[in-house]
Write a new protein. Sequence first.
Length: 165
Amino acid sequence: MSSKLSCFKSSLESLKGQEIYSEIQTAAFKVIPSLKNADNRSVIADTSFIKKWKIDDAVFLNSKRDKCLLLLLEQTSSDMKLDRIEIIQGTLINIAWCFSFGRLPEIPEITYTVTKEIKDGKNLNNSFDALSEKGRAFVLSAGTIKTTGCFLDDNYWFNNEKGSL
């Protein structure tokens, strides 16, 4: 998995210099904080258990470059044993990026949980860097895994498209 993460990091650095990356990130920072989940609640606004959150800088594009995945990293309150990573799908509609928690109407939202370390009887939050790496590994290893490169399974993540980063 470390070779896939290294490959993705290199591809991401290249992507960051492209206009599409800026467009996605700008739209994400405007839209994602107000997104509602399937229960019509803003997950980010639920401060009863989400203490800090961050939109990761990773952008996973489909082969047509009209859909993407983003990671919303969430550190939870100290009494909880798990931190969370929300997988958010973006879709280019006309000229604007739109985002949702569920990747397809028939598939529910995906939340990836990460166990916290326990030290002196207290649950310690994962760093945002650790959550980012675990979320990236999860996305890159879901679906049909290719042995080389850092390709996504477009069929798994984006519904019947050929894989590419």
